[in-house]
Each structure stands twice: as C-alpha cells, then as structure tokens.
Design a binder for this molecule. Structure first.
Ligand SMILES: [Zn+2]
Length: 257
C-alpha cells in the first residue's frame, strides 16, 4: 500500500481551507478524507470561528469515525460528523446562516473486501481498475448551475444547500443523503485519488490531460508534482486571466493498493 498526499494554500497570506487525512492499518484496511472549505464572500457567515476551525472538526470526526465505526455506512458517518461539528458551535454562532462554514467532501474507506466511497459537491474521486481504466466519481450539481448565476453572490446563496441547487457539508446532517455513494470490490481497484478543485483543474479546467493522464501524473510525480504543474499553468503569462481565483487551495491524495 502506498499513499501520497499534499495540500498547498492558494496564497501564502491566507490559511489553507482544504483538509486532508489518510490512514492505513496493518490489517490492510484504511480510509481517506478530503475536504475543501468554502470561502465565504464578504458579508460574513454567522460564525465566530472561521472555515479552518470548521474543517478541523469535521475532518477530524470523519477520520475518527471511519476507523472506529466500520459498521456505519459512510453516509451515516458524514451525518454524525456534521451533527457533532454543528453542536460544537451551536451556542455561539448562527448556524441557520446560508454561508455558515461548509465544505465539499470526499471519503474513501477500504478493507479486504470492498472500497467504499462518498462524494459531496465539486471535489473529484478517481478509481482505477486493475486493467488501467480510470472512472471519475463526481457530484455534478454545482457544474449544472450556469456560470453567470455563480457570478452573483445572492443568486449563488439562493442555490446553496437548496432544492435544485448544490449541496455541501454545513450544519444540517440531512445533507448526507444527497452525497454520491457507492462501493467496489477491493479486487476491482488498483489505485485511487481524491482531488479538491484547485488540483482537479489540471484536467477539468485546463484540459492538460484526461483523468487517466491525471492519475498517471500522480503515480509518477506524486501529489506535489500534480499541484506544481497546476501552479505553473496558472502562472503562465500566456494564459488568459482566471475566471475566479488565480490560485486556489489545492489538495490531492493518491493511494495504490
Ligand atoms: Zn462557529
């Protein structure tokens, strides 16, 4: 088992709002958790703590439960972690605020029999079969929102964790039912990777290669290598200016069985 991970802030002067963990046990079981905290636009989020406080608690709880509660499905673990995190600031913060701290989620848990996964919002999970084919597991609800809508804070807020919009892990445990989940026999997975959108842009925004080529870069150059490639493209003066952030927090985990 080989696991390689990296997480790089978009800008040095801002805290990294991504959160990544991976665990591997002697039994051959293991898990990984990747969160991308959503940066609130100006105007506040009703929370006195901030996004890194939120992702520390949510990610920590998801990691702990992935190991200790192997009887619980990943959706149940996500619901429980969201509930516990909400309880930690219910008394001090307005959790009904539409921009209450929130994050995208990728979780993978494996043992000798199955590889289970959960994806919520726009982070990416790649699964490679023993034959080499790479499948991307995506929750594409955010992609289906027209670009012009996402330029308006008010219009985006109206779709945030709302029917017909897109869903993130915030303060409502019910969101777990919206996640894309599944499982694959362990023998059907040779390698896998989880990427926040700051890293997946190598494929889905810049079109430097397909998902299979992205996984090949991770294997050969590691998570840091993929993120370095993204940063080099973003800094290329010949490129047109980015539509949103020039550099986003970027995280990648690569695991090979
Ligand atoms: Zn708070």
């Amino acid at each position: 088992m080989r696991i390689d991970l990296a997480s790089v802030p978009g800008r040095q002067e801002r805290p990294n709002e991504d959160w990544v963990s991976a665990s591997a046990r002697a039994s051959g079981a293991g898990a990984l958790v990747v969160l991308d905290g959503v940066t609130p636009p100006a105007g506040g989020d009703g929370c006195v703590h901030g996004v890194p406080w939120f992702t520390d608690r949510l990610g920590g709880r998801l990691t702990e439960l992935s190991g200790s509660r192997r009887d619980m499905p990943l959706g149940g673990i996500l619901a429980e972690a969201v509930r516990a995190t909400a309880d930690a600031h219910r008394g001090t913060c307005d959790l009904s605020h539409v921009r209450t701290p929130q994050a995208t989620v990728v979780m993978v848990r494996w043992d000798e029999v199955y590889v289970e996964h959960l994806v919520l919002s726009d982070s990416v999970l790649l699964l490679q079969s023993p034959g080499g084919e790479v499948a991307a597991v995506l929750d594409d609800r955010l992609d289906r929102v027209p670009r012009e809508v996402l330029r308006s804070v008010a219009a985006t807020d109206a779709l945030r964790n709302a029917e017909g919009g897109f869903f993130t892990a915030a303060a409502d445990p019910e969101v777990a039912a919206r996640a894309v989940t599944g499982r694959t026999p362990r023998g059907g997975v040779r390698a896998l990777a989880a990427l926040t959108d700051g890293a997946s842009r190598w494929t889905d925004t810049f079109g430097e290669g397909d998902w299979g080529e992205c996984l090949a870069v991770l294997r050969k150059e590691g998570a840091e290598g993929l993120i370095a490639r993204v940063r080099a493209i973003e800094s290329d003066p010949a490129r047109p200016p980015a539509r949103y952030k020039q550099h986003d927090d970027a995280s990648a985990v690569y695991a090979e069985f």
